[in-house]
Design a protein around this ligand. Sequence first.
Ligand SMILES: [Zn+2]
Length: 86
Amino acid sequence: MTTDGPINLHTFGDLQRYGYRLTIHCPTCRDYRDLDLTKIRPDRPHIGARFKCGACGGPGSATLSQISTGNSAHLPALERWRGTGR
Ligand SMILES: [Zn+2]
């Protein structure tokens, strides 16, 4: 099993594992909200997934970003992320 090489970010589980978050932007509400990755099946691919605004039900666009931890390494930030709730 190889441990180095490119990081694969295919599924919602991968996003969690590598400390990413998805922010959904609704152009109708002009609102941004972070998607709760823990509520999505981790084996579900996020590429090509469609997101709906929780408020108006309209289509939203997703932005992928890495959760800032103050550490430059791509450490698995999930535990810390969950621990703070932010
Ligand atoms: Zn909306």
